[in-house]
Design a protein around this ligand. Structure first.
Ligand SMILES: Nc1ncnc2c1ncn2[C@@H]1O[C@H](COP(=O)(O)OP(=O)(O)O)[C@@H](O)[C@H]1O
Ligand SMILES: [Mg+2]
Length: 284
């Protein structure tokens, strides 16, 4: 089987997908990034970490019997709850409407950590789809990732909330790479402006750089694919959003290990061309 090269092919790369504001497209990104990585012949699992409100399974038309709640309760192993999704991507369902999953205990986190370690043998990438916001559950779930992708739309309140999450993640772990993905953008210029706003604020107030993961276009086909419960990269591969997911997956797969600088170079080159220094978000 042809595989993309990475320094250690046995190392599981965990990518957490998070946001400040809800409804910015995290679950859609998690699923489609997962499927796009699978198309590049990587072994991919998507962990639904929107505990208690998970909907990865619903978006894929799956009806799992077991979910993460059973793993955290010690009733099932993670292998026993894996569900086959599109293109061989395995889904780890979160369960829905479960009060006890809304605030995980240290024992739960330890169990989840061990379960993820166990996945390292079977997968190249684990995408962690988190809930939105700045609750402990969401921040802890985001910190499961070697890489964290903060998704934002152009909406000013989404940008301000993205900055709030970046600030908290940064405080919790100053060395962690934090990336930004702009979803629902009209074009590259619009997306660059949003990234630059966040980056200016992060440099000025947090004294750190952000990684630019690019953008996914606003595309009515996303809704069309959602209505038939299929990933857009599989259902409508020629759409603008699908192109964006393929570019994102190719960039990620080309990065040299979990903390490589490959993408940062791309980001710097892109922004060398952009002259105007935008205003940082208000909450900096
Ligand atoms: N690039 C896009 N273009 C058009 N609609 C989108 C796009 N990304 C997401 N959406 C829509 O936004 C809504 C929220 O997406 P979802 O992935 O559930 O967000 P979240 O997981 O952040 O709550 C969905 O109805 C989805 O169809
Ligand atoms: Mg979601």
């Amino acid at each position: 089987m042809i595989r993309n090269t990475r320094p250690d092919p046995n190392q599981l790369v965990t990518i957490a997908v998070t946001s400040g504001k809800g409804g910015v497209g995290k679950t859609n990104v998690s699923i489609n990034l997962g499927v796009a990585l699978a198309r590049l012949r990587h072994r991919v699992a998507v962990l639904d970490a929107d505990f208690g409100l998970g909907n990865v399974d619903v978006m894929l038309g799956l009806a799992p019997t077991w979910h993460l709640g059973h793993v955290l309760a010690g009733e099932k192993t993670i292998d026993e709850i894996l569900v086959a999704g599109p293109l061989g991507v395995k889904i780890i369902p979160a369960g829905s409407g479960m009060q006890q999953l809304t605030a995980l205990s240290p024992t739960h986190w330890a169990r989840l950590g061990r379960a993820i370690e166990h996945l390292g043998d079977a997968f190249d990438y684990l995408i962690v789809d988190t809930g939105a916001g700045v609750s402990d559950n969401v921040l802890d779930a985001a910190r499961l990732g070697d890489r964290v992708l903060v998704v934002t739309s152009l909406d000013p309140s989404a940008v301000v909330d993205a900055y709030a999450v970046i600030k908290l993640l940064s405080a919790a772990d100053p060395g962690r790479e934090i990336g930004v993905l702009v979803n629902n953008a009209r074009d590259l210029i619009e997306a660059q402006l949003v990234f630059a706003q966040l980056e200016v604020a992060a440099r000025r107030f947090l004294k750190r750089r952000l990684t630019n993961y690019g953008f996914i276009a606003h595309d009515p086909s996303v809704r069309e694919a959602m209505l038939v419960q299929r990933p857009i990269v599989d259902h409508l591969p020629q759409s603008a959003a699908s192109r964006g997911f393929r570019i994102l997956a190719t960039r990620l797969a080309g990065m040299d290990g979990p903390h490589g600088a490959g993408l940062r170079l791309v980001a710097s080159a892109q922004f060398a061309a952009s002259a105007a220094a935008p205003e940082p978000p208000r909450c900096a």
